[in-house]
Design a protein around this ligand. Sequence first.
Ligand SMILES: [Zn+2]
Ligand SMILES: [Zn+2]
Length: 235
Amino acid sequence: MIVTQEEYMSRLFKLGAGAAVVGAVHILTLLLGWYVEVDEGRVLTLTGYSFFESFLFSTVGGLIAGLGLLIAYTLKKVYHVKNVLGGLATVGGSLAIASPLYTYVFRINALGLKGYPDIGMFIAIFTSLIQFTVGLIILLTPIKQEVVLPTEFELPPTLPETYTVPPATTRRREVARIIQAEDVEEGICTICYYPLSREDAVKCSACGALFHRDCIDAWVSINHICPGCKAYVYE
Ligand SMILES: [Zn+2]
Ligand SMILES: [Zn+2]
């Protein structure tokens, strides 16, 4: 499947935002019961934040995905956005996974608690796994660099050798010249879609469409019609 860089970028940001939201939900599970201690008829619910290491791991792990999103907004290159969003979501997800695991495997044994895990711990595991997986998806999605031309873009038609431009009286077509575009600071060539520099930028006198000098020369040599406005271009 071919996607433009912009589409790919917005997909990355959607995934990154998803990871950040899941990270935030993960932090909220600290407020829920993580473990129910049953001791001689006494039932006590322990919240996530009552385990210090889990409080630390979950808070940091959950926040990192959001931090990644903030940093990614300041970046321009797809490659950097992908690595920051994916990398931080994955690292945060790992920390978040470590949080309930650490509590369940080590802390509860060390404290000699008897009981069973509560709903909060399950949601914490679930959300941390999602965050980690989304991070991996971002990291492993290959970058597509293809640029798709808009559908209305027409390739120059191949004209017969004997092609002559009909006289102006029979064709009510505007006429235009290709002139220097010195006032251009930046722009995109209407033919090749690559950026223009001030030195090689020229434009159509009728519609102002910008081209590289070489691009429009090649175009005009086979088709005397401006690709921007269809005016007849005379040299
Ligand atoms: Zn060009
Ligand atoms: Zn034009």
